[in-house]
Design a protein around this ligand. Structure first.
Ligand SMILES: O=C(O)C(=O)C[C@H](O)[C@H](O)CO
Length: 437
């Protein structure tokens, strides 16, 4: 085990890596707490690495410790602002965490959150989430236990998942749903191109001009689910992501029209700015509601959960700050009979998916796991990437989060332009008004 003098070398390493503000070196400040002892596993370095094996920027945080070979991994992915997150990890979190006990997860989370005085938001929370998950990983590995065991032990044998299907027309969408069903998935999220306009979650009409017509969308979608239900009823249950693309009154119109098709949930009927509408929407429809990937403060869920305004909370766990705040929310959700469906698209790294899986296994509030089938190249960067069998995930029992990171493989997939796949700031309504994503 290293002593504190050796540990300060960790801070020097951090300084060496500084590239954004090289003129200002971190001051040697002792951030240890009054109750530590010499036997503690100490943090010796904290760094963020960006890699894009799936075509989006995944931000990995690696925390090394004073115990030879003992390190933790966390997901700090905010694809669209990956460099900002890396800066927050390397420049701000690393210098104040080197030397601290790796097992003081809650105190590190609470103190890091207030360290900048202005706290939260997706950049700082993602950075903190990367550290937080890595500390849970380290603590599990130290104890020889999986993270789900640290959270109180599993409450289910396996975890049900859903995947995405999309099409440029109903026939193409049907083929994708059929393929999902053949692979064993019983719940599938369905998105489709709206003829003559762009869409969320399916191929765009064109790359240069992204027009969006909410009226056409609201009229078109119910017929699609009617056809899907006629073909797959009893075999597949559907989800749909509205992705904030309509005004609240139109959301109500659409949600009511979808009622006959028994969706497991409709997602993001309103933008975060319109959250107050959820009280009205809730009273107007029996379609189950899911929301939350854009909310970054766990307290934003207070009314949604305690007033049961949603059926599923959909936190993007890294944007929320990691396992520590998400687990607090899972407990609140359980108390109020709300379920969890943590956000799990391809811009959550396999490490983040393992964090979601650990909570899914241990939380009575678990609803469903959003699964992404990562490519072989992503799997080689992240050995242990979860794979489904018959649409479910089963835990491995490996200590910590149970996932690895091959930095050499990662280097073969350098960061990509954050806007290469997403066009949020160019989606406009027929009259030219910007559309929220
Ligand atoms: O998976 C979902 O529900 C999404 O909404 C995916 C988001 O659009 C994506 O993560 C944005 O980067």
């Amino acid at each position: 085990m290293k002593d504190i003098d050796q540990l300060s070398e960790g801070a020097a390493d951090v300084a060496d890596r500084r590239r954004i503000a090289p003129a200002y070196a971190p001051k040697a400040v002792d951030h240890t707490v009054p109750w530590g002892n010499d036997e503690d596993v100490r943090i010796t370095s904290v760094e963020a690495i960006i890699t894009a094996p799936e075509g989006v920027n995944l931000v990995v945080v690696r925390v090394r410790t004073s115990v030879d070979g003992l390190e933790g991994l966390g997901c700090a992915t905010f694809h669209q602002r990956a460099d900002a997150v890396k800066c927050a990890v390397d420049e701000y979190l690393a210098p104040r965490l080197v030397g601290r006990s790796a097992q003081e997860i809650t105190d590190i989370w609470n103190s890091s959150q207030v360290d900048s005085y202005w706290r939260g938001g997706p950049v700082l929370n993602s950075a903190l989430a990367g550290v937080d998950m890595a500390l849970w990983d380290i603590t599990g590995k130290t104890a020889g236990l999986p993270v789900w065991q640290l959270l109180g032990g599993r409450v289910r044998r396996s975890v049900a998942t859903y995947v995405h299907a999309s099409g440029r027309d109903v026939a193409e969408l049907m083929d994708e749903v059929e393929a999902c069903a053949a692979a064993g998935y019983q719940v599938v999220r369905c998105q489709i191109t709206v003829p003559g306009t762009s869409t969320y979650g399916a191929a765009q009409q064109s790359d240069s001009h992204i027009s969006w017509d909410p009226e056409q969308y609201v009229r078109f979608i119910p017929g699609v689910f009617e056809e899907l239900t006629a073909r797959f009823d009893g075999r597949v249950r559907f989800l749909h992501d509205i992705h904030e693309r309509v005004d609240p009154a139109d959301a109500i119109r659409l949600l009511r029209a979808l009622e006959p098709f028994g969706l497991l949930f409709a997602e993001d009927p309103v933008a975060p700015e319109d959250l107050d509408w959820m009280r009205t929407i809730r009273k107007q429809t029996i379609t189950p509601l899911a929301l939350g990937e854009l909310l970054t403060d766990m307290r934003s869920f207070n009314a949604l959960v305690t007033e049961r305004l949603v059926d599923f909370i959909r936190c993007h766990v890294s944007a929320l700050g990691g396992i520590t705040p998400a687990w607090r929310l899972a407990m609140l959700a359980e108390v109020h009979g709300v379920r969890t469906a943590w956000h799990g698209p391809r811009d959550v790294s396999p490490i983040g998916h393992m964090a979601n899986l650990a909570m899914d296994l241990a939380s009575p509030a678990f609803g469903i796991h959003e699964h992404f089938e990562f490519s072989d190249q992503a799997r080689s960067v992240f050995p242990g990437t979860p794979v489904t069998r018959n649409g479910v995930l089963e835990p491995s029992g490996a200590p910590g989060l149970g996932i690895g990171f091959d930095e050499r493989e990662a280097a073969r997939h350098p960061p990509v332009s954050p806007m290469s796949n997403w066009h949020y700031s160019r989606v406009r309504r027929p009259d030219g008004t910007i559309q929220r994503p």
